[in-house]
Structure formats: structure tokens, C-alpha cells
Design a protein around this ligand. Structure first.
Ligand code: Z2T
Length: 830
């Protein structure tokens, strides 16, 4: 029960009871209370999960004081609230992160130990909320951590998927998808708020009517109404005193009105309604980049956007402010185009429901919205066929037509006669089947548009959004992505964190530019030795887990060469496979040839419908099967596919890597964020000039980065000249030997043609230029081998990498958003 603290010296209303106690005795009592009264178990009967739940609740209790104060600031009119709209939040396990950010790891560890439990065992009990596909969802999570750490009032708005990203198992070398049941044991971190709920309309038609002033207005008569209920999760900043809010919407049926009147038929219809309403937030679409135009996906997007905007209007009223001043209270960030229907929905709420005139409503909308683009891949740009769109959102289509009409009028008056330009800029794609282009809607309706790495932003301005850049150059910004050093170093690599803090103090956690102070120890033998010891220990821990999950025994002394990310042709996991087979061929040609010991670790999920990606997984496991058991290889090469790569497993993998593989075709990876996590943990990067690799290399120094491959400009040039992969194949004997071995079925005994589609793609089209980058990649890998032989020089490079990674903290990125895009100051104090 929350008790008002009767302390007149404090105007803060807090919980004021013992649930704030952080000392060991308080924590122990709190945990036991939760075993007894929340889990309803006797301590003697408690399961491991009961202990986890009890600790989680005890920790959550301790977040509430800060949370109440922070939520109070949402009503402070002088503060702007950042409203981060994202279809995905890949938060990862909460318990460990909250312990780190509250600064209570050691006290909770002791309390738990005194109760006869082991904290690490309890941490492993948590099922991670996998409410995202990959980089985009994880970025949203890192940004919430930084917003709270920087004391910026913020709400992350999204969907409470009942089933997040599938769990991956590997059977017979193939990916098998298992339903993610993360809520199975309950979720101690969320608080259901049945009183915070909104109605969301779908389908139906529109009607015109005259209001009391004889103004023509539009009414949307929906075919169906559903309800969104808020589920809140506190997000604690790192030692900042601020706890922000992640608010996820669950869809429910509206209570059937006229309850007494229903007959049996109505009852069953009501049951069907309930099921179909709850479907909306049922499952995350597991596709990362290619968009799939499914109706339910559009319903999900509209559902969470409408709830979130209605919630913002409610908060605006709570603040006692006018709806007309919305842009002074909120900065809405659209995480890619997934929430871009917000532009039309805010217009509808303002014009149809708040009865505002079009022009002021449009000004508010543009001032509130900002749009982040995360990809240049044409197949990933969202567009919705007009019939599908108008069937679900008839009013929004009218509003979009009106936005477009006014927009194109301006375009035409600025560039008279240029019909091509108007057609290219139009929100509606009219070249054949008609579509709503969501990136255009987001760009027209936002005051700021940003890419996620310097190269990406430049390419965005030159290609996908070129016409918009010509029209509105001042709207364009770059904000290079960042990752939180709290989860990705402090929590996942405590030994490294301790070593660093022992040398330079703990300031680097929030001021990572202080890591530069490590530079002067980079050449020091004693420090290098400790550095290597930490890395070796992390590799041993990973080796044990690999053994347990795959049965493969790997040598922690070997070079750990790691490629973990979603499986996609543009990310070129199969280029890495070509490298492995090349080494294998060298050994088979001469078993005594010197091939250095390496462990190749792959991880990542393939979209269930992406057959080539699934075949690449099968290729990796099949090559592993042959290489790992070959007597001539004699254990020098080990190929591991680590199943179910997710946040939890990432925390284990990044700290154990020697070499980070960032080998996408230049111009294709918008930023990458795994590249940052590796380098922050002391891995050296082998990579192309793509995404944030460019800036990482600049920061760590080109002598500390293994660069290879065609540049984005060269890729374009090659393609425009008519790229012919077969000539690259024919002109390179080792490459030919590698491809021929795959084509001959050497890795697919019993099914010679298994990998034929892959071989055909490489020799026929090779859209991602593997063959053109092959030789450069092999040569670069040979340089890696030579460098790894010199242990001290390698260690020095590793230390310098960490020392110079400060700019890739998500705190830096969030400061840039706050200053350049949101104009949102922190909460004063502290
Ligand atoms: C995604 O994770 C990314 C881009 C998308 O475009 C969709 C998803 Cl689910 C629509 C990734 C980019 O591929 C990656 O380069 C980037 O680092 C990440 O978003 C965060 O910006």
C-alpha cells in the first residue's frame, strides 16, 4: 500500500515505506515477503522461479519512489516530453540491468546469498521480452536507457506483443521457429493500467455533416471498435534519479454494450469479436527489413499510434495546457515509418475530434513529428495498396489525399511544369497499382528527418529522399546511432568494467570520452596481461556455453571470429563461409600448411519466409559438420552456429570476441550497432566502409581496424558498368575451388543440389557483390592472422579500440536528438 509521507519538508509525494530500504536486511525481508505474499509460497517450498520473481518484485518496489517523482514531471509545463513511437522495443532481461542502474548489484547479491540462493542463477531465470527483430528495436531500448540517464522526461510507446520474436532451434542444421511464450510465468516488471485505455476505430466509412457553425465536418463511422489497455514498465536511468516509462498497448474487445439484450447468437458473436480484437497485439512480425504488406500489420501500427496520441492529448489536458500548444509539450519521434500513420492520425484527432482548422492542425503536426529512417533497401520501404488502406482507414486516406493535394500544390508552384518531380514526391505512388508511400508521409509531416550514420544520411539525401532533400534541406540531420555502455559493458562484461574502473575511475560509464585515459596504458605489459586475462576468461565462459548448447568443443586460446546479426544476404554471412572453405581448401591441398587456429562463431535468426537466409544457416552448419570433423583440419578450425541469438546471448558473445565481422556490402547497412558493442568490448573489427563502420574506423584509427572491400561509390560504379560475377569466379582459382566444392555437394552428402540456389544466385546475379569482394576479404583475413600472432600488438590495438569508442555511447546520440531535433531539456536538479 502506498503511504503518503507526512514529511512537510518534502513536497514530493513518495511511497515513503520500507520498500525503499537498500541495505541487506531490508532486501532480505522484502524478498521473503514477496515469496510469502506475492508468490504465495513458503520459503521452504519456493522454486527457483519464485526466488527470481520475489527478487524482481523487491527491485521493482525500489524503483517506484523515483518513478512517482519522474511521472510527476510529466505535468511540469516547462519540460518537454519525448514520445518515442516504435513498433519494437527489444529491452532484454530487466533484472540485471535494473540492478546495475540502481547501483545495487552487490547488496542484492549478498542478500540473495544469505537466503541461500545464487544471483546468477536467478538472473538466468528471466525470459527476455523479445519485442523486436534486431537493431531497430534494440536501438529504441538503448535510447530509453540514455533518456532516463540524462534525466529527460520520456515515454516509449509501443505494442505489448503476447508473442515476441520466435525462439530459434537448430535441428539437422536447419532453423526451426518456436513460439515465444515470454509471458508464460507472468511478468513482474509490468503494471497493467486498466484505467488508462482508449478506443480505436477500424474500417467502416465516412460521412459529411454540418456542425453548429455550419462548418462542413467529417464523421468516421467505424466497422469495428477495439480497446487498447496500457501496460507500464519503469525504465531506470543509471544513477540519475530519473525513471522513465515504457508504455505498451494490449488490444482488447470493448465490453459488449446492451449486455442484457443479447441472445445466444449475439453471445457467440461477442466471443468472436473478443478473439479478433485481441489478435491485434498477439504477435510480432518476424521480418526485419523486407516489408510484408499484411493487413494485420497495418492494424497493429494504427492501433498503437492511435492509443499513444490519445494518451498524449490526455496528458496535455492533465498539464492544464491547450491542445494548440501540443508541440511545446511533446516531441514525437517516429522510429522508421512503422508509426508514420501518426501524421494522419494526429490530423484526424485535431481536425475531426478537437474541431480545429486544417492549417493550425497541420502546423502542430509538423512541429511535433520527427522521422528516423533506418534503411535504404528498396524492398524495406513501406507502402500500402490503396484498397487495403482505405478498407481499414477510410478517413485517414481522405486526410492523406488532402495533405498530398496541398503539398503537391506547393511543389508545383515552386517548380512549375515539372510533373516528374510531383510524381516522384507524391505520397501516393501512381505508377501502376496505387500505394501510400509511408516514407513520403513521414517526410512531409515532420520538421526533422534523420539517418542513423554519416554515410547513411548522405546516401539518404542522394537517393531515397533526394527530392525531399532538394525541397527541404534544413529538415535533414544525421544522428549516428549509439549503444548503452550500461548494459553492453557494465552488465555484460563486469570483469572488463572492473579493470577499466580500477585504472581510470568510474566516470566513463556516463562520460565515455574519459575512456581515452586508457590510451596511455595501452602499451604497458602488466595492463595488457590483465586485459588478456579478462578476454580469455570471457572466452572460456562462452566456450562452456557453446559446448552445452551445440556439443562442439572450442579452444579459448584460438581466435574467436564472430559474426552475429540477423541473417540477410546483404550482411553477407555467406562471404564468411567462403573464407572458411578457402582455409579448409588450403589444408586439404597441404595438410601441413600453416593455418592458424580459429573459432568461427555465427548467430542470428532468419525471417521464417526468407528461404535464402534459411539456406545460409544450413550452409554454415553443413560446412561446420565437415570442417569440425576433418582429420586434416585437426581441430584448428571450428565452426559454430550459436542458436537463438538474442539480447541475453549477445551479452555473453560480445565480451568474448577477438574479431568482429562487419562485412555488409558497402551502402547497404544503415548503421549497425553490433559493430559498436563488439568494439566497446575490445574486439577488433574487420569490415567494409559501410554504416557506422566508417565512423568507428575514424575514431579508433585506421591502423586499428581491418578494412577491405569496394566502397559504396565503387559498388554503384561496378553495377552501372554491368557487373558480371562469373568473370570474377573464372578469374580467381581459389574462389572457383570454393564455389565448385559447394556446387559439387561436398557439404551436402546425400543431396548434391541442396545449395544450388545459393550457387546460382552468386554466379548469376550476386546482388551483394560477394565475388567482387572475395579476394580483398581473404587478403584482409590473412593480415588479421598475422596481427593476432603478435599478442602484445593485438592487445594494444584492443585497448585502443575501447579507449576511443566513447562517441558511440547512446548518451551522445540522445544529447544530439535533444539539442538538434527535440529541443527537450533535462529535468533540473542532481
Ligand atoms: C532494423 O533492425 C533496421 C532497419 C530496418 O529498416 C528495420 C529493422 Cl527491423 C526498416 C536496422 C538497420 O538494418 C541497422 O543498420 C541499424 O543499425 C538499426 O536498424 C538501427 O538503426
Amino acid at each position: 500500500k502506498l503511504v503518503h509521507r507526512g514529511d512537510s519538508s518534502s513536497s514530493r509525494e513518495t511511497t515513503g515505506d520500507i520498500r525503499r530500504g537498500m541495505d541487506c536486511a531490508d532486501l532480505k525481508q522484502a524478498i521473503i515477503d514477496h515469496i510469502n505474499f506475492t508468490q504465495a509460497r513458503l520459503v521452504s517450498q519456493a522454486t527457483l522461479n519464485d526466488w527470481y520473481m520475489a527478487v524482481a518484485y523487491a527491485v521493482r518496489d525500489r524503483m517506484l519512489d523515483d518513478w512517482h517523482v519522474s511521472l510527476g514531471h510529466l505535468r511540469n509545463r516547462s519540460l518537454k516530453i519525448v514520445s518515442y513511437l516504435s513498433a519494437e522495443f527489444l529491452m532484454g532481461p530487466h533484472l540485471g540491468n535494473n540492478l546495475v542502474n540502481l547501483g545495487i548489484v552487490e547488496s542484492v547479491r549478498r542478500a540473495v546469498a544469505e537466503l541461500g540462493q545464487n544471483l546468477d542463477d536467478l538472473l538466468r531465470q528471466e525470459e527476455e521480452p523479445g519485442l523486436g527483430n534486431g537493431g531497430l528495436g534494440r536501438l529504441a531500448a538503448c535510447y530509453l536507457d540514455s533518456l532516463a540517464t540524462l534525466r529527460v522526461p520520456a515515454i516509449g510507446y509501443g505494442i505489448r506483443y503476447e508473442f515476441g520474436i520466435f525462439d530459434q532451434e537448430i535441428r539437422d542444421g536447419w532453423q526451426v521457429e518456436i513460439t515465444d511464450k515470454w509471458l508464460r510465468m507472468g511478468n513482474p516488471w509490468e503494471i497493467c493500467r486498466p484505467d488508462i485505455s482508449y478506443l480505436v476505430k477500424l474500417g467502416g466509412h465516412t460521412e459529411q455533416y454540418s456542425d453548429e457553425n455550419d462548418c462542413l465536418r467529417v464523421r468516421w463511422v467505424p466497422g469495428k471498435v477495439i480497446k487498447g489497455v496500457a501496460y507500464d514498465t519503469p525504465v531506470a536511468g543509471y544513477c540519475s534519479g530519473v525513471t522513465d516509462l515504457l508504455r505498451l498497448w494490449k488490444s482488447e474487445a470493448v465490453e459488449s454494450f446492451n449486455f442484457q439484450a443479447f441472445n445466444l447468437g449475439d453471445y457467440y458473436r461477442a466471443v468472436d469479436e473478443k478473439v479478433s480484437s485481441e489478435t491485434i497485439s498477439k504477435v510480432l512480425y518476424p521480418n526485419d527489413e523486407p516489408q510484408i504488406g499484411k493487413q494485420l500489420r497495418l492494424a497493429q501500427q494504427y492501433f498503437f499510434v492511435s492509443c499513444s496520441l490519445q494518451d498524449m492529448l490526455r496528458i496535455q489536458r492533465l498539464r492544464g495546457e491547450n491542445i494548440g500548444d501540443l508541440a511545446g509539450s511533446f516531441a514525437v519521434q517516429l522510429n522508421d515509418t512503422h508509426p508514420s500513420i501518426a501524421v494522419a492520425e494526429l490530423m484526424r484527432l485535431l481536425v475531426d475530434e478537437q474541431m480545429m482548422e486544417w492549417e493550425p492542425a497541420w502546423e502542430i503536426t509538423c512541429n511535433v513529428m520527427a522521422y528516423t529512417n533506418h534503411t535504404l533497401l528498396p524492398e524495406a520501404l513501406e507502402k500500402w495498396p490503396l484498397p487495403l488502406f482505405s478498407a481499414m482507414l477510410p478517413r485517414h486516406l481522405e486526410i492523406i489525399f488532402e495533405i498530398n493535394r496541398r503539398f503537391l500544390d506547393q511543389v508545383r508552384s515552386a517548380s512549375p511544369g515539372d510533373d516528374g518531380l510531383a510524381a516522384r514526391l507524391s505520397i501516393i505512388d501512381e505508377g501502376g497499382e496505387r500505394y501510400v508511400r509511408m516514407a513520403h508521409l513521414a517526410s512531409v509531416g515532420s520538421h526533422a528527418i534523420n539517418g542513423v550514420a554519416a554515410l547513411h544520411t548522405e546516401l539518404l539525401k542522394e537517393t531515397v529522399l533526394k527530392d525531399f532533400h532538394d525541397l527541404y534541406p534544413e529538415r535533414f540531420h544525421n544522428v549516428t546511432n549509439g549503444v548503452t555502455p550500461r548494459r553492453w559493458v557494465l552488465l555484460s562484461n563486469p570483469a572488463l568494467a572492473r579493470l577499466i574502473s580500477g585504472k581510470i575511475g568510474e566516470g566513463w560509464v556516463t562520460r565515455p570520452e574519459e575512456l581515452r585515459a586508457l590510451e596511455k596504458f595501452a602499451g604497458q605489459p602488466a595492463f595488457q596481461k590483465s586485459w588478456r586475462k579478462v578476454k580469455l576468461e570471457n572466452k572460456s565462459i562462452l566456450a562452456a556455453v557453446i559446448r552445452e548448447r551445440t556439443g562442439i568443443q572450442v579452444d579459448p586460446a584460438s581466435l574467436f571470429d564472430v559474426l552475429v546479426k540477423r541473417i540477410h544476404e546483404y550482411k553477407r554471412q555467406h562471404l564468411k563461409v567462403l573464407h572458411i572453405i578457402t582455409l579448409f581448401n588450403r589444408i586439404k591441398a597441404d595438410p601441413k600448411s600453416e593455418v592458424r587456429s580459429r573459432t568461427f562463431i555465427f548467430g542470428g535468426k532468419a525471417a521464417p519466409g526468407y528461404h535464402m537466409a534459411k539456406l545460409i544457416i544450413k550452409l554454415i552448419t553443413s560446412v561446420g559438420e565437415v570442417v569440425n570433423n576433418d582429420p586434416d583440419v585437426a581441430g584448428r578450425l571450428k565452426v559454430v552456429f550459436f542458436p537463438d541469438f538474442n539480447v541475453t546471448n549477445g551479452q555473453l558473445v560480445y565480451p568474448a570476441a577477438d574479431l568482429s565481422e562487419q562485412i555488409s556490402t558497402a551502402g547497404k547497412e544503415a548503421s549497425g550497432t553490433g559493430n559498436m558493442k563488439f568494439s566497446l568490448n575490445g574486439a577488433l573489427t574487420i569490415g567494409t566502409l559501410d554504416g557506422a563502420n566508417v565512423e568507428i574506423r575514424q575514431e579508433v584509427g585506421e591502423e586499428n581496424f581491418f578494412l577491405f572491400g569496394h566502397t559504396a561509390a565503387e559498388v554503384q560504379e561496378l553495377k552501372s558498368r554491368g557487373y558480371d560475377p562469373r568473370s570474377w569466379y573464372e578469374g580467381n582459382a581459389p574462389l572457383r575451388a570454393v564455389i565448385d566444392r559447394i556446387a559439387a555437394g561436398d557439404f551436402s552428402p546425400g543431396d548434391r543440389n541442396l545449395f544450388q540456389p545459393l550457387v546460382d544466385q552468386l554466379l548469376g546475379h550476386d546482388d551483394y557483390l560477394l565475388l567482387a569482394d572475395y579476394q580483398a576479404y581473404m587478403d584482409c583475413q590473412d593480415r588479421v592472422d598475422a596481427a593476432f600472432r603478435d599478442r602484445d600488438a593485438w592487445t594494444e590495438m584492443s585497448i585502443l579500440n575501447v579507449a576511443r569508442m566513447g562517441m558511440f555511447s547512446s548518451d551522445r546520440a540522445i544529447r544530439e536528438y535533444c539539442e538538434n531535433i527535440w529541443h527537450a531539456p533535462p529535468i533540473p536538479g542532481d
